[in-house]
Design a protein around this ligand. Sequence first.
Ligand SMILES: [Zn+2]
Length: 181
Amino acid sequence: MYKDHGDVIHSVGAMEGNPPEEGTKVEAEIDGVRRNKLRRMHTAQHVVSKVVLDEFGAETAGNRIHTDRSRIDFEPVEFDGDDLRKIETKANDVIQKDLGVTKENRPREIVEREVEEGRALLDLIPDHVDPLRVVEIDGFDTCPCGGTHVDSLGEVGGIEITDRESKGKDTDRITFVLNDG
Ligand SMILES: [Zn+2]
């Protein structure tokens, strides 16, 4: 699912038979298990990104969320093994606090003021996108994001960092899983 100029577009992956005629009403169902994993992963990504910004001053240059494992690219930074354990511990401490997660549309002007420097690539969001959907982890982090997230951090459970690789000078990629796989 994605949005195109305000229209919600659902793309059909593996469909059997011929596609229905244009204008046909169809019934769709969300895969609840998959959706729940993605909500937890997406929210965990916000936590890890914020922990890394706080501890290392590195920005999230990109991320890729999957149901089984997710990855985030950070720059400028070069992590060692101790750094990874520190990030994991700090992220899990925050998750344990079970902070509330709210999502709402806010005027872009306000978002530009309240989002911490280095926390969001606001320059990459076209100017006409206003309001912006903001995901706020109570008292911890505010970031514009269109993804799907949990309502309370405890739902994430916990994370484990499984891999770190260098993606060139000053850019490191971290891979993490949810504690229950
Ligand atoms: Zn998000």
